[in-house]
Design a protein around this ligand. Structure first.
Ligand code: NAD
Length: 377
């Protein structure tokens, strides 16, 4: 596919059109316009839970065909790559079927509620030789990518402690109805819904986690159902984890889906021997840097605004400080996916690395149920 002059268009299938489905559709629609260096993209086939919704969304998103049966998307010979954006419980079956049909896969996080399914997905990806990537968009932010570079340059010396927190309030209302994220079929909740995102950042910046000690809580034991009844909540909303990285750095991870007032917080504090770095996804177009090399009279946090020299910000906007948004992260992720399909180096979490995130999450769950420190491997 290299060169892309007369390249065959990349045929895209999309399954699911909720929050993430729309985000993937926007990415597929924009990736060539933003980056230029990718083949033409053809929006071939969209699948939804029923034919009517599928047709409506296909018309809105620009897909040529629509189907109420996801298998029709996967078996379409014009589809080369499938975006899977359905609830967690469907990921294993859909990803396995897509890989078996010889398609590349771009699956939303988490891989699967059950670790054995995530293992089977990883094995199938390896066997197929196809690209299988996960939706860990936060590693793509220009500020995060730049922090990664600063850490490699040791601008804050040797890192010795980190703290990462993810908080939102979409489950904070005790009167909100029971839905799929409250059911055990989606996994543990706080861990696979939330902790996986901070873990993707830790993976990008520091590598693997080696040991964990985890506590979890469930602020509301029951939720109202659509028919006026009550149903027991089967997932946890918050988790507090002590952790050690394989590189020796110790830290903490805290997540909460019921944190009133927090909307999209992923707050990272990194402390080193010569300074520190602070980042918060709610203010993703900036980060704070403190370096002891500054004169004591001018020491303090400097706010650095993202700009065209923070790759790939400049592909979107030529002016500094104007800012990218959440959907732009998916466009960058889509670009990385196409680079990997093209056989190039890509900054992307594939199934193999994703499995390590799943392994960590399941070690956290084990730590909670056994009330002790657990080694991840
Ligand atoms: P959602 O409920 O908004 O959308 C899910 C969609 O899947 C709906 O349109 C639904 O009709 C469709 N669907 C359900 N069953 C289907 C089936 N059998 N066949 C075809 N379509 C079906 O959910 P969401 O918030 O978009 O979450 C979807 C996935 O994305 C989850 O795995 C979630 O963890 C992940 N997610 C990732 C991020 C991120 O930042 N990367 C953010 C939110 C959600």
């Amino acid at each position: 596919m290299s060169g892309h002059g007369n390249a065959r268009a990349l045929g895209v299938g999309l399954i699911g059109t909720g929050f993430m489905g729309k985000c993937h559709a926007l990415a597929w629609n924009s990736v060539r316009a933003v980056f230029g260096d990718v083949p033409p993209v053809r929006l071939v086939h969209l699948g939804e839970a029923n034919a009517e919704l599928a047709s409506q969304r296909a018309a809105e998103f620009g897909f040529a065909k629509a189907s109420g049966d996801w298998r029709a998307v996967i078996n379409d010979p014009d589809v080369d790559v499938v975006s899977i954006t359905t609830p967690n419980q469907f990921h294993p079956e859909m990803a396995l079927a897509a890989l078996q049909a010889g398609k590349h896969v771009w699956c939303e996080k988490p891989m699967a509620p059950a670790f054995d399914d995530a293992k089977a997905m990883t094995a199938a990806a390896k066997q197929s030789g196809k690209v299988a990537a996960l939706g860990y968009n936060y590693i793509q932010g220009p500020a995060i990518r730049h922090i990664r570079q600063l850490l490699a340059e040791k601008i804050i010396g040797d890192v010795n402690h980190l703290r990462i927190e993810m908080d939102e309030d979409f489950m904070a209302d005790p009167d909100a109805l029971f839905y799929w994220k409250h059911a055990a079929t989606s996994g543990y909740g706080a861990l696979d819904d939330f902790a996986v995102h901070p873990l993707s950042l830790l993976w990008a910046l520091f590598g693997r986690v080696s040991r964990v000690m985890c506590d979890m809580s469930k602020p509301y034991a029951e939720r109202r159902t659509q028919d006026g009844g009550m149903k027991a909540v089967e997932t946890y909303d918050s988790a507090s984890v002590l952790l050690h990285m394989e590189n020796g750095v110790a830290g903490t991870l805290q997540v909460n889906r019921s944190a009133w007032g927090r909307k999209g917080r992923i707050a990272l504090q990194i402390f080193g021997s010569k300074g520190s770095i602070l980042f918060d996804q709610e203010r993703a177009n900036e980060f704070q840097l403190y370096v002891t090399a500054d004169r004591p009279t001018e020491q303090g946090y400097r706010t650095i605004l993202t700009a065209p020299h923070h790759d790939p910000y400049g592909r979107f906007i030529p002016a500094p400080g104007h800012g990218l948004g959440f959907n732009d992260l998916k466009i960058i992720e889509c670009h990385e996916l196409i680079k990997r399909i093209d056989g190039k180096e890509a900054h992307l979490i594939g199934f193999e690395d994703g499995l390590e995130i799943e392994r960590t999450v399941h070690a956290m769950a084990r730590s909670f149920s056994e009330q002790r420190w657990v080694d991840v491997r």
